[in-house]
Design a protein around this ligand. Structure first.
Ligand code: PMP
Length: 286
């Protein structure tokens, strides 16, 4: 079945889907996006994703292209037309099309694109043995809480991770510091169980994207009786951690067992990580 995309009110084959070269998403990365997953025909945490989209749009003063209810209808129709039960759904909204000029155009209509692709969850070996990451300087802008399509530093970090044979790069915030703080991954949130047994992740704010998976896992941790704090950890604390894992809608809860070539603790996923992996999988209906 040909993949079907939605672009500004029209459904059609993705190979024929087009936006203008004067679209501000293309010219300036003047846009935002969301990524949701569909598991066995059910959208996971759709309300949280749509709330974050609305917030990102609001922070950039981009007019929402339609109501949340209308957007849900477009997403559902795109799912139906693609005939997938398990999928990743990309919603992209730019400020619209206008002759190239930096200030906001007076009368541009936002561009809305919805596309789907097959969902590739982490495989059994990676879930059982954990994954490898590198650490890198965080070179992003000061508003990482906005899910902007301006992802060049994230792209460069992910490419560096891939070239090092790793899944992800975790970013630290200050090259000059002896013991810099880890903010998050290039497309994931970062977690450790520290040397005192406390589960920690960076607090929300402008330094990280508030992951939807992160917010769910925080609730699952509390429900499981895990001692959890939204408190940043440093590179040194990461190296001494008992456990580490990353989260995102596409990676789920994934153990991190090698950091910059060194094993985390004994090099195997820890107990808290395993518990949260299972609880999050159940939450998603996997
Ligand atoms: N941080 C960044 C920079 C991301 O791009 C993502 C993926 N959207 C996340 C964290 C995880 O967010 P979520 O759990 O909503 O997928």
């Amino acid at each position: 079945m040909a993949r079907i995309a939605y672009v500004n009110g029209r459904y059609g084959p993705i190979s024929a889907a087009r936006v203008s070269v004067e679209d501000r998403g293309f010219q300036f990365a003047d846009g935002v996006y969301e990524v949701l997953k569909l598991i066995r025909g059910r959208l996971v945490d759709a309300d949280r994703h749509l709330a974050r989209l609305r917030r990102s749009l609001g922070e950039l003063r981009i007019e929402p292209p339609c109501s949340d209810a209308a957007l849900q209808r477009v997403v559902k129709e795109t799912i139906t037309r693609n005939g997938l039960g398990n999928a990743l759904i990309y919603i992209q909204v730019s400020r619209g099309t206008a002759p190239r000029n930096h200030p906001f155009p007076a009368a541009a209509k936002p561009t809305l694109v919805v596309t789907l692709r097959r969902l590739n969850l982490p495989g059994a070996t990676e879930l059982e043995k954990g994954t490898k990451i590198i650490t890198l300087l965080d070179e992003r802008w000061g508003r990482c809480d906005i899910k902007s399509t301006g992802l060049l530093p994230n792209v460069l970090a992910k490419q560096a991770a891939q070239e090092a044979g790793c899944r992800e790069a975790w970013l630290y915030d200050a090259a000059a510091s002896d013991d810099p703080v880890i903010t998050e991954g290039s497309s994931t949130n970062a977690w450790i169980v520290d040397e005192n047994g406390v589960l920690r992740t960076h607090p929300t704010g402008s330094a990280i994207l508030g992951g939807v998976t992160r917010s769910v896992v925080l609730e699952l941790a509390v429900a499981a009786g895990v001692k959890v704090e939204q408190r940043a950890f440093t590179l040194g604390e990461l190296r001494r951690a008992r456990e580490a894992f990353l989260t995102s809608a596409t990676s789920l809860v994934l153990p991190v067992t090698t950091i910059d070539g060194h094993p985390v603790a004994n090099g195997m996923p820890g107990e808290t990580t395993r518990r949260l992996m299972a609880d999050y999988a159940a939450h998603c209906g996997i």
